[in-house]
Write a protein that binds this ligand. Structure first.
Ligand SMILES: C[S@@+](CC[C@H](N)C(=O)[O-])C[C@H]1O[C@@H](n2cnc3c(N)ncnc32)[C@H](O)[C@@H]1O
Length: 448
């Protein structure tokens, strides 16, 4: 039996909401995660997985779908018809990647034009999708001679991967194009990783330990957090393995005064508090709505911290002058190491964003450095694969900050094996891996 014929067709409500989400992303009106957070209540809860699959899927496959769509259209849609373009991308995604029967995918896409009150586009949409049905193999084969289509990456980003990481770029691209695994962090102050893994096993939830973070467990299949034993009691959190390394590197000790600058949603804040039970932690975050996430995260874990909503770089506005023993500086970045979790980056990130981010990071780093005491440590972190934001940013900092020096990543935790990522001119770079950690960058600095 043809597998496609047995699959259910898509609910209109999930599709209509997906059109709105993708339209807004195409019009640069917010990220996929903020759009989904805002709109997922518009569909019945049983349709949320479908909504996510459509939205994540279109973003993940965007370079390919976009080139197919432009190839099929004699004239691109005008900006006021971006909703029709989103509809077409969704139709092409269904035809190429989902089990919806083809005739249902075409009919529903055409019907979506009517629901948008753009009946004039129904004929065009029908013709374009039917042509794709007939000629898909030839069209895809011809378009895939272009590397950005073959590798399914924006042109500018692929160029940079090839330039900066000629040996790793294929693996980077493969990992960036796949669905990421669900990784959890075990609260080792409550339960060992082995014991928790056994508890998962008893529930039929298969997992495997992370190679680099002693607190990391990967789930073979993602589950809802409510299914994780003792989640509400704070025994476990969802956090990528590479992100977990920050607390292992900083190795917080009770009594230390620690700053977590750029802290939301508080994944690393929670880990620092778990590891250094009894630390005096200050978390600074710019966005009030993201600050709320830190609050709820650390409340679930049962900790307190000094939470400040401010620009971390504007130290005059929030800092009381008492210096910190350790600082975690997880700066805003291009997020090129976590594209598989934020695939809308393929649509919206532009080369100029990187230049701007480099300046923002430079400013925050130089200002926050002043809050660190002599002999203190600052861990600079990004989830970026761009050397400008990472090793070159640190190079620039070290050239201008004479009281800063780079130290080995296991200075504060000598037992912590440095087997993760690769050493670069300053710090270590991790690349995203299929079924493993995200792309990340770390550099540990000491103030003399
Ligand atoms: C990479 S995320 C941090 C992730 C976080 N450390 C965690 O592990 O959950 C960067 C955060 O910095 C915040 N941010 C951006 N600019 C900032 C600034 N000037 N001061 C403080 N926070 C800032 C962003 O809103 C975002 O929440």
């Amino acid at each position: 039996m043809n597998h496609k014929d047995s699959a259910p067709s898509i609910q209109h409500s999930a599709r209509q909401v997906a059109i709105e989400v993708i339209t807004n992303i195409l019009l640069q009106q917010g990220s996929l995660s903020t759009q989904l957070a805002r709109h997922q209540a518009d569909v019945a809860s049983e349709h949320i997985p479908l909504l996510k699959e459509l939205c994540f899927g279109v973003c993940r496959q965007y370079p390919k779908l976009n080139s197919i769509a432009l190839h099929l259209l004699a004239h691109p849609f005008e900006e006021k018809d971006t909703d029709l373009y989103a509809t077409l991308l969704l139709g092409l995604y269904q035809l190429s990647y989902m089990n919806t029967p083809d005739h249902a995918a075409v009919n529903e896409t055409v019907e979506a034009c009517r629901l948008l009150k753009k009946d004039w586009a129904t004929k065009l949409m029908n013709a374009v999708l039917r042509r794709f049905q007939r000629e898909a193999d030839d069209i895809i084969a011809s378009l895939e001679s272009t590397p950005s289509v073959e590798y399914n990456q924006p042109k500018w980003l692929l160029k940079r991967y090839i330039k900066h990481w000629p040996e790793q770029f294929e693996a980077i691209v493969d990992a960036s194009n796949t669905h990421p695994p669900m990784c959890i962090r075990i609260n080792e102050s409550q339960v060992s990783r082995e014991t928790y893994q056994e508890q998962l096993n008893e529930l039929g939830i298969k997992s495997y330990p992370g190679d680099f973070s002693t607190s990391a467990l990967y789930l073979k299949n993602a589950v809802r957090v409510g299914e994780l034993p003792s989640f509400e009691e704070g025994f476990v959190s969802v956090q990528d393995e590479a992100a977990q390394l920050s607390a292992h590197i900083l190795n917080p000790k009770p009594g230390e005064k620690i700053l977590d600058a750029c802290a939301a949603p508080g994944g690393k804040t929670g880990h620092l508090l778990e590891k250094g039970n009894g630390i005096d932690l200050t978390a600074v975050e710019l966005e009030p709505w993201r600050m709320e996430k830190i609050e709820s995260n650390i409340e679930r874990l049962g900790f307190n911290a000094n939470l400040i909503c401010a620009d971390a770089g504007a130290t005059d506005s929030w800092w009381d002058g008492e210096q910190f023993d350790k600082v975690l500086l997880d700066v805003p970045c291009s997020a090129t190491g976590v594209i598989r979790r934020n695939p809308d980056i393929k649509i919206n990130r532009k080369p100029a964003d990187i230049d701007q981010l480099v300046l923002i990071q430079r400013e925050i780093l130089s200002k926050v450095w002043g809050t660190l005491k002599s002999g203190g440590y600052l861990l600079y972190a990004t989830c970026s694969l761009m050397p400008e934001e990472n090793e070159r940013q640190i190079q620039h900092f070290l050239e201008h900050q004479t009281d800063a020096k780079e130290v080995a990543m296991n200075t504060l935790a000598p037992e912590f094996a440095l087997e993760w990522g690769i050493p670069v001119s300053h710090g270590r770079q991790l690349f995203p891996t299929i079924e493993g950690h995200d792309g990340f960058y770390y550099c540990l600095l000491k103030k003399s």
